[in-house]
Design a protein around this ligand. Structure first.
Ligand code: S3P
Length: 180
């Protein structure tokens, strides 16, 4: 536990395409900590992809699995990095669980950057269909406040290389006594 009574994990949140996975990998090297991606954990646990879970049981069921997983992670040993799905902070309960789990870092991204990175992606069920750019804009608008509410640290990522994002994160973590 650190000075704020949080566990000493670092959690990356942010919209799809904000770079949580890439940043998580670099950060894990830099801090010499293990990285766990909650989407991948859910896929492993279920033996099927996120797209299959959405198609077979719906988004609400997937959200339930996200909350259950956060509950489980709380009993972990700490000292880890977690990258969580873009929709995890939507539930108030999840925002509380994330804060209990550790220091929450929001990677803030613009719709244009998301579009550049995820054009043609078929693995995100929420961005499929006729007008993905409109979906990106709408979802980001709906979520921005919630991401901010969940975050301890906000890092704008547009136009930055992963190494720069990681350096900024490490600097901010060091400024927060006991966060790392
Ligand atoms: C989602 C983001 C995805 C995944 C699912 C739903 C969302 O994760 O959890 O497709 O609601 O934003 P990434 O943010 O890792 O793409």
């Amino acid at each position: 536990m650190n000075v704020e009574g949080k566990r000493d994990n670092v959690i990356l949140i942010g919209f799809m395409g904000s770079g949580k996975s890439t940043t998580g990998i670099s950060l894990s090297y830099k801090l010499q900590r293990t990285l766990a991606d909650t989407d991948k954990m859910i896929e492993r646990q279920e033996g099927r992809s996120i797209s299959e879970i959405f198609a077979e049981e719906g988004e609400a069921c997937f959200r339930e699995k996200e909350t259950e997983l956060l509950e489980k992670l709380k009993s972990g040993s700490g000292g880890q990095i977690f990258s969580v799905g873009g929709g995890t902070p939507l539930r108030e309960e999840n925002r509380r669980l994330l804060k209990e789990l550790g220091t929450v870092i929001y990677l803030e991204v613009s719709p244009e950057t998301v579009w550049t990175r995820l054009k043609g992606d078929t693995t995100r069920p929420l961005l499929q269909g006729d007008d993905p750019m409109r979906k990106i804009r709408t979802l980001l608008e709906e979520r921005e406040e919630l991401y901010r509410d969940a975050a301890d640290i906000i890092i704008p990522v547009d136009g930055k290389k992963p190494a720069q994002v990681v350096d900024e994160i490490v600097k901010k973590l060091k400024q927060r006594e006991g966060a790392i």
